[in-house]
Each structure stands twice: as structure tokens, then as C-alpha cells.
Design a protein around this ligand. Structure first.
Ligand SMILES: *Cc1c(COP(=O)(O)O)cnc(C)c1O
Length: 380
């Protein structure tokens, strides 16, 4: 049964994009593309105009993260998913331990499990909607988890596993839907990596990583050992972190990047820093998220999916609906009214709404969204 419904215009948000990635791209970012029209788009990424963009992104992110002087920003093609393979090829020496509590944290662990030159990963697994950090484990040289588990809306603490530094282990954090939206001290990490299509409101296709000196040193050692005769490990150039880093230091990428993505990301990083950087961005996301969680707690048909308020994400908010209300139908009716991508992560299989509240999203639009959901549910 298809039903039609028109939400009164007065209730609608100004911008209806609430995706958890790809996410809202601000119109100023699109204007920046138009301005880059004949001078940057369609020109060589080896020449100064595009290299200046990359330099601005790297410097802007260093400022945003208050990055220690000896940390570096590297980038390459392929998105965060590609960085999982980079980490398997270039960062994990023998064996890694994982916190797994949703689809994204699981995927990286599965990559490590399939790498024939690594020992099987040690997996600390928690139910969706909870958080499970890896624990200190003998013989492990990397600890991996996700700052924000995008499939469930769980925000994990970012603190090194006690004893991990003494055992020489790295901390590798998937920050794809966290970076730019959630508070972090990157000193607690060795690789804090992400893609541009979440909080940075650009298109996908790139990975970006904040790297510690220990991560750089590890990649050099691992890749050197892989080049020895008889080594089992294969580090293809595309997955070589040292190669990515050598290019990044020249404000380039190994192969051709999407220049439009760089233009939009550069604009967003400058916008975040001009408005007050991490403190501003994280407060704005926290405000948007709390509008949704408090609405759900007041509602008689909606409930925050994540039970523990301490691990409720401030960038991706998940809300379960009562069984009498069909979430897919609500999502479809919202879409008919220009409110996009409020669906739950498919494989989670819950009667749920999921809302990306990245910095580009106006908190006032989040408030409007809650009114629109109420309107739809009342008129079903
Ligand atoms: C979106 C996402 C990814 C995948 O990013 P791609 O750019 O599509 O590779 C990985 N991890 C998390 C936590 C994500 O949210």
C-alpha cells in the first residue's frame, strides 16, 4: 500500500539531507567548485594549484586536530576501506587485536583475517548497540577499533590500551564518521583515518590518515622486511603507506585523485577552522545529537537504540521505532517530502531511523526533522 502525505512547509527543514555518508554538502562547497571551474578542475594534480589545495587540507587538518609536530597527515585514493588494506599490508606486523561492535569495525578485522601473511586477529566482540574495546593481549602489535561505529551509532572512547605502548603496539582508529564531529586527542592514536564524505561533507574516494612517528617507523620496517628475499608479505605500491607518505609530503597522491573532492574538502576544513575548529564543530554536533536523543526519550513511539548514554554517538544518531510503526514507510514518506537518507543500516535489520548530524547540518534543521517525523507518524 502506497500512501501519500504532504508535510506542511512550515515544519520542513531548510535542507533535508541527513545521510550518514555520503552526507550534506554545503552550498558554499559547491560554489567553491564553480569558482575552481576553469582554473583547478581539469588541471594536473602535479602542478601548484592542486598541490596548494592538498597543502591547505593537510595544514588545516593539522590545526583542527592540534596535531603534535612529529605527527603527519597522509592521504591516498580508495577511501577508508582502502586504508584497512593499507594497514594490513603496511602497518600490522604479525597480529592485531580488534574491538568489533558493528559492521564497519568488523570489516577491518575480516581483512586482517584474510591476509595470508598475518596471524589470525584477536577479536573482542560486542553486541550491536554496545561498545567493545580490545583488551591488552600478548603478542599483538596493533589495537584497532572505530571511534564511531556508523552502522549502530555507537561512539567509543579513544584511549590507548594500557600496556600497549610498552609492548610496542600501535593504535589504529577508524575515524570515518567521527573525524570532524567528535572530540579526540590524536596523541592517543597512531593512525586516525577517515574518508571525506562524512563530517567533511565532500565526495568519497579518498582516505586521509593522521599518523604518529611510531606508525611511520612501523610502515618503513614492515615494508623493508617485505622486500627481503623469501618474504611472504606482498605490499603492492597502491597499499604502501610509505609511498603514500612520500607523495603526501609533496602534497600529491600516488595516482590521480578526484580534484573536485579535494576542492570541497579544502573548503570544509577551512570553514570548520574559521568557525572555531574542533571545539565548535564537536559542540554543534553534540547539540544536534541531543535534540534527537531527548526527542526520542520524550516520544511514546521512539527510543534511542544505544541504551548507554555515554556511548551514544554525536555524529550518527540511531532511534528505534515501536513495532506498530513501519520505519521504512516513515523513511519513504520523509523522502517524498525532500528529507533524505534517514534509513537504518541495512544489515542491522532493525525498525529504526538513523540520522547523520555532521557539522554541516544545522541544529535548527534537526529540530525541524523531529517535528516532521512526529507529523508523519501522527498521520499514518
Ligand atoms: C563510511 C565508513 C567506512 C567506509 O568508508 P569508504 O570511504 O566508503 O571506504 C569505514 N568505516 C566507517 C566507520 C564508516 O563510517
Amino acid at each position: 500500500m502506497t500512501i501519500e502525505m504532504t508535510i506542511p512547509a512550515a515544519l520542513l527543514p531548510e535542507d533535508g539531507r541527513f545521510g550518514s555518508g555520503p552526507s550534506k554538502i554545503r552550498s558554499e562547497q559547491v560554489d567553491a567548485l564553480a569558482a575552481a571551474g576553469k582554473t583547478i578542475l581539469g588541471t594536473s594534480h602535479r602542478q601548484p594549484p592542486v598541490r596548494h589545495l592538498v597543502a591547505s587540507i593537510r595544514e588545516g587538518l593539522a590545526a583542527f586536530f592540534s596535531m603534535p609536530d612529529d605527527y603527519e597527515i597522509a592521504l591516498g585514493n580508495g577511501g577508508a576501506s582502502a586504508f584497512w588494506e593499507v594497514a594490513c599490508a603496511s602497518l600490522i606486523n604479525r597480529r592485531a587485536a580488534y574491538g568489533v561492535y558493528g559492521s564497519f569495525s568488523k570489516k577491518f578485522a575480516q581483512s586482517a583475517a584474510k591476509a595470508p601473511f598475518l596471524e589470525p586477529p584477536v577479536i573482542y566482540e560486542g553486541e550491536p548497540g554496545t561498545c567493545r574495546l580490545p583488551e591488552y593481549t600478548e603478542g599483538v602489535d596493533a589495537y584497532c577499533w572505530a571511534h564511531d561505529e556508523t552502522s549502530t551509532g555507537v561512539e567509543a572512547p579513544i584511549r590507548r590500551v594500557p600496556g600497549s605502548v610498552d609492548q610496542g603496539a600501535l593504535t589504529l582508529i577508524d575515524a570515518t564518521s567521527a573525524a570532524g564531529a567528535l572530540k579526540v586527542d590524536v596523541r592517543e592514536t597512531d593512525a586516525y583515518y577517515f574518508s571525506p564524505q562524512k563530517a567533511f561533507g565532500a565526495d568519497g574516494g579518498l582516505w586521509v590518515a593522521v599518523l604518529s612517528p611510531a606508525a611511520v617507523e612501523r610502515a618503513e620496517r614492515v615494508e623493508q622486511s617485505a622486500s627481503l628475499a623469501g618474504a611472504r608479505r606482498w605490499v603492492p605500491p597502491f597499499l604502501s603507506l610509505t609511498t603514500a607518505l612520500a607523495n603526501s609530503r609533496k602534497d600529491q597522491t600516488l595516482n590521480t585523485p578526484a580534484v573536485a573532492t579535494l576542492v570541497m574538502m579544502e573548503n570544509q576544513v577551512r570553514w570548520l577552522n574559521d568557525n572555531g575548529g574542533m571545539a565548535w564543530a564537536t559542540a554543534r554536533c553534540a547539540k544536534s545529537a541531543s535534540l534527537l536523543y531527548s526527542w526520542a526519550e520524550r516520544s511514546d513511539y521512539a527510543t534511542p537504540f544505544v541504551k548507554d548514554p555515554a556511548i551514544r554517538s554525536h555524529s550518527v544518531v540511531t532511534v528505534d521505532l515501536n513495532d506498530e510503526i513501519n520505519a521504512s514507510q516513515v523513511v519513504a514518506l520523509l523522502r517524498d517530502n525532500g528529507i533524505y537518507d534517514t534509513f537504518a543500516y541495512r544489515k542491522l535489520g532493525r525498525n529504526q531511523l538513523r540520522v547523520g548530524v555532521f557539522p554541516s547540518v544545522e541544529p535548527s534543521d534537526v529540530a525541524a526533522l523531529t517535528q516532521c517525523i512526529d507529523y508523519v507518524v501522527e498521520h499514518l
